[in-house]
Design a protein around this ligand. Sequence first.
Ligand code: NDP
Length: 432
Amino acid sequence: EQRDPNQPEFQEAVSNFFKTITPVFEKHPEYIKANILARITEPDRAIQFQVPWVDDAGNMQVNRGFRVQFNSAIGPYKGGLRLHPSVNLSIVKFLGFEQIFKNSLTGLPIGGGKGGSDFNPKGKSDNEIMRFCQSFMLELHRHIGLDLDVPAGDIGVGGREIGYLYGMYKRLHGAERGILTGKGLSYGGSLARTEATGYGLLYYTNAMLKENGQELAGKRIVISGAGNVAIYATQKAEEYGAKVLTASDSNGYVYDEAGIDFELLKQIKEVERARISEYANRKAGATYHEGSVWDADIKYDVALPCATQNEINGEQAAKLRANGAIAIAEGANMPSTPDAIADYQANGILYGPAKAANAGGVAVSALEMGQNSRRASDSFETVDGELKDIMETLFANSVAAAKEYGVEGDYLAGANIAGFTKVADAMTAQGW
Ligand code: NDP
């Protein structure tokens, strides 16, 4: 708090993390000697830069760009770029910090990083998005590299934006396809990357429910968000035989007792880029409501927050329980406030934390890097199969770590410990 007084999101992420890893230091005094905690909470590098661009009316606009390269103990920095007006150094650092342990948990050789800009993509034309992305890459290109730092997408960054970013990188350095992940399929993208975070979330949720004698089939699910993660979480949940009742954006949510129509959701959000309220205009029986879906009175079994950080507070966690939820798994990064997490844990709600439950996206990004190096393109079934294995293994490793360190059944502590020990071992082995 003294070192970073104006970074509340970063402090929240670090404090949530510290609360769970104390048992590690009793077993590993060498981590204390190597001062791992002080080193792991300080990014290797935090880059901030100006992003000037010209809007359609011919006016010069200026945004702020960031790339935080947090930790490369186990591999090159890897993590998404977020375009949202709320983006600042605190948010990029919280995301980069979480990314270190998430990436470690996947079992793949990737370090942690994150970036983005306070640019607001909402309401911008394709040309404005393109000019912004080109200008962003005009600076970012000097800081990234195949074995150094490989960015991907996040809020506000999907296939369109990655395409524009890659196009500019290529003009500057030639066709190094592995420099970004989440690319289009025609120029080096991986099959199943678009779906990966949402599908991975459901593979994780399924494993967590199974461990506790439950199954997804027949469950009623509330999902927040209507973006990259939420759309494919909806599809996979329905494939498992569960019913998804909601989708949302920052204005409100739609409730569809018949189950969200995945194809319609995809058409409205990915093709037309319209607001979620449009869903209720087109689907008979569906209704639109202003406000947060976490304040709604809906009976359901499983909550999957897939929108943004701190979207569920303590009161909403209590509401979620009153609505009948027995489990929550986080598709978004840090969607639950510390009060909300305390509420789940005090009341026996099965809790799958973000850094484990949403690791599927970065896992497939790492598989995309592998395919680019091999100059190969694996089938959808191959990549999806690897994703499922990774998510199941990651859950099993979290369960085992929790057991080993005396916090059995705590999937948050288990994920933190499993992710942390691998990075701490690598840092210790590599010296100062
Ligand atoms: P998108 O931009 O595709 O979608 C975000 C969705 O969440 C939109 O529906 C958006 O609504 C809504 N949302 C954003 N901010 C808020 C807010 N302040 N309040 C309520 N709703 C909000 O992003 P993604 O789906 O890619 O990312 C969602 C979450 O998942 C983020 O936390 C991200 O870090 C995390 N994540 C994403 C991964 C990926 O592969 N894309 C990987 C791992 C984690 P609106 O249109 O109104 O802004």
